[in-house]
Design a protein around this ligand. Structure first.
Ligand code: KG4
Ligand code: ZN
Length: 334
């Protein structure tokens, strides 16, 4: 069975073809980062219009890379949400129109399920059950995963998501959008002893997170700075603040993963979502894994952030469990 996946929830247009027998056949992606950069964040109206421009050429690219004809597609999966309403509407209307024209069934996929299952696309995928840390721009969750569709939420952020904290702190330091990769790169040059920022909820007995206080701590450091104005903070000091922020957030994420593994007795940890691309987080989790004797699995770097492959894959997994999950009902909702 060949499933076409369509992702358009935010600022990436992603198309992919997944074959339940042969695996991922092809995928194509367009990132709108350059377009939104000058506004310091995603402009929803521009995002929707760009998805419209990109989707069909990306579909053609995906089909030709896989040498698959439109008629060979068995079902179409699209990101149903959560995401920007206009952006989601573009992907869902394209998916449903194609399905109607081809007389194929269609199914809506939860964006987070796409992220959650993306590490299973890797060459050495984890077996169920595992603990998943889902760290994206909008969500931070710890979950127990017993199989496709069998998810138990164990903890989540009470305020900002990890990616949001990265982006907002980067903005306070005058770094561009998206802030996560930028603050992470800058942190590599920072002195770890210069700023010791708070590690919110590090010792709480639950598996929840809170990152808004950390962002406020960055703001306080910036405001208290001698020069008062971020533009005047020297590059080294910016790097020191970035390092203080990254060390704090990575410490909390690592500690909560260790504690949830200890609590459940599971030995497999899966990282998903955009922040899963973070080099410092990966280094910290890898060190914890060898010290505490658990295994940690990541998606391929290109599948950490939004992409069509994870949607095609999640759709295919859903259909394997329940072939009726896709329907010839083209009255989509997002
Ligand atoms: O999963 P994703 O692409 O989109 C959502 O579903 O939200 O995640 C985007 C988030 C952004 O906040 C971005 O700054 C963050 O992931 N991110 C990173 C890195 N790459 C992306 N954060 C830290 N380090 C990175 N290397
Ligand atoms: Zn995402």
């Amino acid at each position: 069975m060949i499933v076409l996946g369509v992702e358009s929830s935010c600022d990436e247009t992603g198309l992919a073809l997944y074959d339940t027998q042969r695996g991922l056949l092809s995928h194509a992606l367009h990132s709108q980062v350059a377009m939104h950069e000058e506004y310091g964040g995603v402009v929803p109206e521009l995002a929707s219009r760009d998805h419209i421009r990109r989707a069909i050429p990306l579909l053609e690219e995906t089909l030709s890379r896989a040498n698959v004809a439109m008629a060979d597609i068995d079902a179409i999966a699209y990101t149903q949400g959560p995401g920007l309403a206009g952006a989601l509407l573009v992907g869902s209307s394209i998916a449903c129109s194609l399905a109607l024209a081809l007389d194929k069934p269609v199914l809506g996929v939860h964006h987070l399920e796409g992220h959650l299952l993306s590490p299973l696309l890797a060459s050495d995928p984890p077996q169920f059950p595992f603990i998943a840390l889902l760290v994206s721009g909008g969500h931070t969750q710890l979950m127990r995963v017993d199989g496709v569709g069998q998810y138990t939420l164990l903890g989540e952020t009470l305020d900002d998501a990890a990616g949001e904290a990265f982006d907002k702190s980067a903005k306070l330091l005058g770094l561009g959008y998206p802030g996560g990769p930028a603050i992470s790169r800058l942190a590599e040059f920072g002195d770890p002893l210069a700023y010791k920022l708070p590690r919110p909820m590090l010792h709480s007995k639950d598996f929840n997170f809170s990152f808004s206080g950390l962002k406020t701590a960055v703001l306080t450091v910036v405001k208290n700075h001698d020069e008062k104005v971020i533009a005047n903070i020297c590059e080294q000091d910016k790097a020191n603040i970035a390092r203080g922020f990254v060390d704090a957030i990575v410490d909390v994420l690592t500690a909560k993963c260790i504690s949830v593994l200890r609590h459940t007795g599971l030995k497999r940890l899966v990282i998903a979502g955009g922040v899963g691309a973070n080099a410092q987080l990966r280094a910290s989790l890898n060190a914890a894994a060898s010290a505490k004797k658990f295994r940690v699995f990541y998606p391929e770097l290109e599948f950490c952030t939004d992409n069509g492959a994870m949607i095609a894959f999640a759709g295919a997994m859903r259909l394997q469990i329940n072939p009726d999950a896709a329907k010839r009902d083209y009255s989509f909702n997002v």
